[in-house]
Design a binder for this molecule. Structure first.
Ligand code: AP5
Length: 250
């Protein structure tokens, strides 16, 4: 092979937009998308031994035990297509033990992308005065806090079981009535379960970051999916170019 294929990890809170961005990344870069959530949901619906074990944890919004998920991911990463085309790992590692498992196997990404929706903003409003003077009146407007945005995104999420495409009742409604009729809701997308998933994410995020701090890039995920993708696209293109250069100069 000429240049090493691109290896990407993407992480972020539940509903930060990982799956949505992965669809776009795969389309452009042709990487093998390895989503532990998707792999586990497939095991659950096929009622395999792994699926039956994982189901109760997932439905409660808790993490599935490390040994189950780690075995699944390492098996998938070792397949030929992932080695040849490069990979996009989504939803793993999710604990420091999982990050250590990959380090031990010498599995490292070129870049660790974090979708960050946890920023607050201040808005200033312009108020039009009665005498037609426009006076700027800075006001603190209570915006939705990040957790509320994430909960809204989960509760409104719908999946197309035929194409795997991710929709949202308000943000990204389905294109046709036919698609709309077959959309499904994830059992862990209730407000209460999203809160549990968010808590777990907050507890683990820091510990995982320390493993990848030198290759980490944070991206503000609280913008349109096109704008978020544009930023990811230019980052990955840059990493890719650097690698090709490196190989040529050897
Ligand atoms: P997983 O499937 O990984 O769930 P998650 O991390 O909670 O992430 P989500 O899939 O909920 O969200 P997302 O970031 O992909 O957002 P999306 O693009 O869909 O894991 C599920 C469960 O599996 C876990 O709880 C655990 O039990 C188990 N599991 C998985 N990995 C594990 C591991 N490593 N170890 C142990 N257990 C594991 O977007 C969300 C919604 O927002 C959509 O409706 C979308 O249309 C909308 N949206 C997306 N982008 C935007 C935007 N820019 N603006 C407005 N709306 C947007």
């Amino acid at each position: 092979s000429t240049s090493g294929p691109l290896k990407v990890m993407i992480s972020g809170a539940p509903a930060s937009g990982k799956g949505t961005q992965c669809e776009l990344i795969v389309k452009k870069f042709g990487l093998v998308h390895i989503s532990t959530g998707d792999l586990l949901r497939a095991e659950v619906s096929a009622e395999t031994e792994i699926g039956n074990k994982a189901k109760e944890f997932m439905n409660a919004g808790r993490l599935v035990p490390d040994e189950i998920v780690t075995a699944m991911v390492t098996a998938r990463l070792s397949l030929k297509d992932a080695k040849e085309k490069g990979w996009l790992l989504d939803g793993y590692p999710r604990s420091s033990a999982q990050a250590e498992s990959l380090e031990k196997l010498n599995v490292r990404p070129d870049i660790y992308v974090v979708l960050d929706v946890r920023k607050t903003m201040m808005l200033s409003l312009l108020m039009i005065m009665p005498d037609n003077d426009i006076a700027p009146l800075p006001m603190r407007v209570r915006e939705k806090v990040p957790d509320e945005i994430l909960i809204d995104r989960c509760v409104g999420r719908r999946l197309d079981p035929e194409t795997g495409k991710i929709y949202h009742v308000k943000n990204f409604p389905p294109e046709t009535e036919e698609i709309k009729a077959r959309l499904i809701t994830r059992p862990d997308d209730t407000e209460e379960k999203v809160k549990a998933r968010l808590d777990i994410y907050k507890k683990n995020a820091e510990a995982i970051l320390s493993t990848y701090s030198n290759i980490m890039v944070k991206i503000d995920g609280n913008r349109s999916k096109e704008v978020v993708f544009k930023e990811i696209d230019s980052l990955l293109s840059q990493v890719h170019r650097d690698e090709v250069k490196l190989v040529k100069s050897v």
